[in-house]
Design a protein around this ligand. Structure first.
Ligand SMILES: Cc1cc2nc3c(=O)[nH]c(=O)nc-3n(C[C@H](O)[C@H](O)[C@H](O)COP(=O)(O)OP(=O)(O)OC[C@H]3O[C@@H](n4cnc5c(N)ncnc54)[C@H](O)[C@@H]3O)c2cc1C
Length: 470
């Protein structure tokens, strides 16, 4: 393992307002862990930054010591990009703050904040920013890659609601990026991931949402897969603006009060339709679902928006081992449905799943080139396949299952690209396919301006144009 002298570490401690944590410290193992417990990397030191000045000092230190760096926002990347071996981990988890200007409908959010914390602070004012569907995800990585969730249909991706960012660049400079300042950088951070610097503050446009919204959850057994996916294909693309939906396949029914005891832990197909307008409108939306295909059980209820955002939290807790793949598909054709249905029984872990998310509505109202998002804006589906288990053996089996399902879906896709936030391996060809050649080249030129040495490369990496790469 690489070693930094105690003299140099002491120098870092002197300039950092936050804490410097090394392998000798009792909290080292708890701080270096990521959501994906399959990742076990040991940085030489962790800089738990509390301010932009700390981030700049940590970057300067890493440069002087010639250390690899990783940046940890919420620690949720399947790839474990937030932690590195033998380098300096810049930990933003102490930079968790949200300040809301309710009148202007704006929120300033610290780079290490979680989705739950953003929701809690904005919902006090009956406002929300579109984020993801698991509330313990970090806003940092989620935003920089795009941000898909319940509000995508109504209000677009998280990046479609980004107003500006404060960043620390690889050379330690502070910049504010917005449509007016460093517009090239502002374009790039809206989808280009953590390639361009460390975002210390995100500024978001907020929307009136809730506080009460409507949940419509319908569950069928594994034997009804084809019918459920055909029904979802008929219903979901026609939802009104004030609704959103997701299809989750392979999850077990929880032992919750709304689940009849005989179905506890039964694996099945879940269609969730959420509504952001009235109870009557939501009832009208979901009625055709139960009429077309009576579910084993359902839960149609008003629910606080913050609770909706937590509904699926327990399906993906911290501490398990995971591997994920992703693909975009224009249509859920009968052949695609058959592939998914045929593959589901082969998964080994009850926690492994396939998620089908429709991208349309406000998502498609944004032009392909308006942001750097890795994916076209025409209406389509994003399919996430995740193997999640408690042991390396189960993960190994379901990694093979994920790859097999992904390979079987590939012939139906335009290319091998996908939502970069959902990739585990970050293969160069997949990253390039996700952005497409023109967008990738534009990103590469911006990368050459702001991070020519590719300091920020533990991510879905954009190689700087005409620059040496590590
Ligand atoms: C259980 C689970 C559920 C998920 N659900 C959704 C979902 O509903 N919708 C969705 O869109 N995505 C979802 N994701 C994917 C998620 O968006 C990505 O994993 C994202 O990278 C997480 O961000 P993070 O800050 O928590 O992760 P980290 O691992 O901390 O960071 C991920 C990447 O972003 C960089 N980064 C993080 N913060 C900053 C920052 N402030 N400045 C610069 N770089 C930064 C890191 O360096 C790293 O490269 C989910 C992931 C998991 C594991």
């Amino acid at each position: 393992m690489m070693h930094i002298s105690s003299h140099h570490l002491e120098a870092l401690r002197m300039v950092l307002a936050g804490k410097v944590i090394t392998p000798e410290d009792a909290d080292y193992d708890t701080v270096r862990i990521q959501w994906n417990n399959d990742v076990d990397r040991r940085p030489v030191a962790i800089a738990r930054c509390v301010s932009p000045a700390d981030v700049a000092a940590a970057l300067t230190f890493a440069r002087e010591q010639d250390l690899e760096i990783s940046v940890r926002g919420g620690g949720h990347a399947f790839s474990g990009a937030g932690v590195c071996d033998d380098g300096l981990m810049i930990d933003l988890s102490a930079m968790r703050h949200v300040s809301v200007s309710a009148g202007a409908r704006l929120a300033q959010v610290g780079g290490g904040t979680t989705v739950a914390e953003v929701d809690a602070a904005t919902q006090v004012h009956g406002l929300a920013v579109p984020t993801g569907v698991i509330s313990h995800t970090g806003i940092g990585g989620l935003t920089l890659g795009g941000g898909i969730g319940w509000l995508t249909h109504k209000a677009g991706l998280t990046i479609d609601n980004l107003v500006s960012v404060d960043m620390v660049l690889a050379d330690g400079r502070y910049v504010h990026a917005s449509p007016e300042e460093h517009a090239d950088l502002f374009w790039a951070v809206r989808g280009g991931g953590g390639n361009f610097g460390v975002v210390t503050t995100f500024e978001f446009q907020l929307h009136p949402v809730g506080p009460e919204v409507h949940l419509g959850l319908f569950f069928w057994g594994m034997d009804h897969g084809e019918q459920v996916l055909r029904l979802a294909r008929d219903v979901v693309p026609h939802l009104p603006a004030e609704a959103g939906a997701q299809i989750a396949i392979g999850l077990n029914a929880p032992p919750a009060p709304f689940v009849p005891p005989q179905y506890h832990f039964t694996s099945g197909y879940l269609l969730i339709v959420v509504g952001f307008s009235s109870a009557a409108e939501h009832a009208r939306l979901v009625a055709p679902i139960r009429e077309a295909l009576p579910p084993l059980f359902e839960l149609v209820t008003p629910i606080p928006f913050v609770a909706l955002q937590r509904t699926l939290d327990e399906t993906a807790p911290w501490g398990l081992l995971g591997y994920q793949e992703v693909i975009y598909l224009d249509e859920l054709t009968d052949d695609v449905i058959s592939v998914i249905v045929d593959h589901m029984p082969a998964k080994r872990s009850p926690m492994s799943f396939c998620l089908v998310f429709r991208l349309d509505g406000a998502y498609s109202a944004v032009g392909d080139d308006e942001t750097a998002f890795g994916g076209r804006r025409a209406p389509r589906y994003v399919i996430n396949m995740a193997g999640i288990g408690a042991t390396p053996e189960i993960l190994s089996a379901d990694r093979a299952w994920v790859r097999s399902l992904w390979s079987a879906l590939l012939p139906f896709a335009e290319d091998s690209g996908g939502y970069v936030n959902s990739m585990t391996d970050n293969d160069d060809d997949r990253v390039r396919a996700s952005y497409g050649p023109a967008k990738y080249e534009r990103l590469a030129r911006i990368k050459a301006t702001y991070d020519p040495g590719n300091i920020f490369h533990l991510n879905a990496n954009i190689k700087p144009a005409h620059s040496p790469v590590p």
